[in-house]
Design a protein around this ligand. Structure first.
Ligand SMILES: *[C@@H]1O[C@H](CO)[C@@H](O)[C@H](O)[C@H]1NC(C)=O
Ligand SMILES: *[C@@H]1O[C@H](CO)[C@@H](O)[C@H](O)[C@H]1NC(C)=O
Ligand SMILES: *[C@@H]1O[C@H](CO)[C@@H](O)[C@H](O)[C@H]1NC(C)=O
Ligand SMILES: *[C@@H]1O[C@H](CO)[C@@H](O)[C@H](O)[C@H]1NC(C)=O
Ligand SMILES: *[C@@H]1O[C@H](CO)[C@@H](O)[C@H](O)[C@H]1NC(C)=O
Length: 443
């Protein structure tokens, strides 16, 4: 009897040990929950790998870690991300971007009228909400959450392809200023893409988590998010492992596009001064815009960058001599742009960044010396002068070690890892919702 017991006992023990030892040689468990950053201009998906203890931001078929938030309709096909962006030139009326500015939002008719003028696609007013009218070889309307769902579906497929397993659970980030309805419609977009949302997380909180600020002893974190067209500043307060948004302010008409515009204006003036003429072809203007964007990016690393573009120019028609023939000339326009010039052209715009920063400190009843960490998010925070202005204002360096375009998705993926149970238990990072907070806008 005792012998039987011991045989049985050892068998159980052996099985137990085999299971235990086997576990160490098994492939690491797959992430169960993904993290989505559904941005206004770009979106991304990330996962936390429990085996490696690392976040991976998943690339598309070409390895690009963000895809443009663009959805284009042509024939009976839907083109998403880079493919959608490619269609923008040929089908501007059927190419929807910036859908996040409309999702779940209630507008007055006048408000929406003002908004829709900025776009080449058709925005319809439907009882307080926005819809987009699409005309391919039939005419139909789509909602902003439908556009969101097509983007999330693409991200879901990218994640499934990379992980080799179906994914249905996610955490998603939203702007801190989103109200309950905008949050609900973001969840609806995910549901339409076949995703179940376990938690919403505010974008600034996600960025703070990307820097590991949920694990260290900090009280007050200021998050500055400067993208292509908007500036968002949030003051976070950490209390016992929980983040609370204390104050928000921003400028929804300030960003990289404005800095480009200043440089483009300068280039046009240069052309006019040199040749007394202006570019004739749309194609040339497009090329100039591209060159200006590349120059801006170069000036982050270099002290000067040369623009060199062949142009077809048309001399200005003289008003008092209408009979004079226009002269057309082909030239190679060249100009060396220094970082100093770029900073001078944008000096007033760069300085405007401090306005919402001062406002959140005032609203949060905090002195700038009490800010423990400054987190920079968004591609435009790469501009050296902007970092310098912020560093000088606070008298300390901002935290910039994480790619500012990926900080939000990295933080969301960490939260997804926590939700998936693959994070050491002592690390919690919860947000306290602050429903009564309003964002102050400076335009
Ligand atoms: C609409 O587009 C689809 C896809 O290209 C095509 O198959 C169909 O024939 C078109 N219908 C009409 C009426 O042109
Ligand atoms: C318009 O919206 C209001 C409030 O959101 C709702 O009560 C009303 O039924 C809607 N009307 C129509 C025609 O959908
Ligand atoms: C958001 O969704 C929740 C849960 O479905 C619901 O209780 C709430 O009324 C919704 N709020 C708004 C403003 O749509
Ligand atoms: C920017 O830098 C790249 C690589 O250093 C260079 O090829 C390019 O000509 C530079 N300038 C512009 C305006 O693109
Ligand atoms: C960046 O954040 C980390 C916390 O993860 C902190 O230890 C570090 O000092 C910060 N660096 C700067 C330059 O602020």
């Amino acid at each position: 009897m005792a012998g039987q017991m011991s045989i049985l006992g050892s068998a159980v023990l052996a099985l137990f040990l085999a299971g235990y030892l086997g576990q160490q040689y098994l492939p690491p468990p797959k992430p169960k929950v993904v993290g989505f950053d559904l941005g206004t201009t770009f979106c991304s998906v990330g996962v936390f790998h429990p085996g490696l203890g690392e976040v991976e931001v998943i690339g598309d078929e070409k390895g690009r870690k963000s895809i443009p938030s663009v959805v284009s309709f042509a024939d009976s096909n839907i083109y998403v991300g880079y493919e959608g962006q490619k269609m923008a030139d040929s089908f501007p009326q059927n190419t929807i971007y910036d859908a996040k500015r409309f999702i779940g939002k209630i507008f007055s008719a006048e408000e929406l009228n003002r908004e829709k003028r900025r776009y080449q696609f058709k925005v319809l007013y439907n009882n307080g909400t926005a819809e987009f009218s699409i005309s391919t070889n039939r005419t139909f309307t789509v909602t902003p959450e439908y556009i969101g769902s097509r983007l999330l579906l693409k991200l879901k497929k990218m994640a499934e392809k990379s992980l080799g397993v179906p994914v249905t659970n996610a955490v998603i980030s939203v702007p801190a200023e989103f109200d309950e309805r905008q949050r609900n419609y973001t969840i609806k977009a995910a549901n339409l893409a076949g995703m179940n949302i376990l938690r919403l997380i505010n974008e600034p909180t996600a960025a703070a988590m990307a820097y590991g600020l949920h694990k260290v002893d900090v009280m007050n974190v200021l998050v500055v998010d400067l993208g292509g067209g908007t500036l968002d500043v949030s003051l976070l307060n950490k209390q016992g492992g929980m983040f609370l948004t204390r104050a928000m302010a921003g400028n929804n008409k300030l960003g990289g596009q404005d800095f480009n515009q200043r440089l483009l204006q300068h280039v046009f003036e240069s052309i006019q001064q040199q040749y007394g003429a202006f570019p004739l072809l749309k194609r040339d203007v497009y090329n100039l815009r591209q060159a200006v964007e590349r120059t801006k990016l170069n000036l982050t690393f270099q002290h000067s960058s040369k623009i060199s573009i062949p142009l077809t120019l048309k001399s200005e028609a003289k008003l008092n001599e209408p009979s004079e023939e226009d002269t057309i000339q082909s030239v190679l326009f060249e100009e060396e742009i220094t970082r100093e010039l770029f900073e001078k052209l944008n000096a007033d715009l760069f300085q405007k960044i401090l306005i919402p920063i001062e406002r959140v400190l005032r609203d949060g009843l905090l002195d700038k010396s009490e800010v423990d960490e400054i987190v920079l998010v968004g591609g435009s925070t790469r501009i050296p002068r902007i970092r310098q202005i912020i560093a000088e204002y606070f008298g300390k360096q901002p935290n910039v070690s994480v790619d500012p375009d990926l900080a939000v998705v990295i933080g969301v993926a960490i939260q997804a890892g926590i939700m998936g149970g693959s994070w050491p238990l002592q690390v919690s990072a919860i947000e306290i919702p602050n429903r009564h907070l309003k964002k102050t806008n400076f335009n």
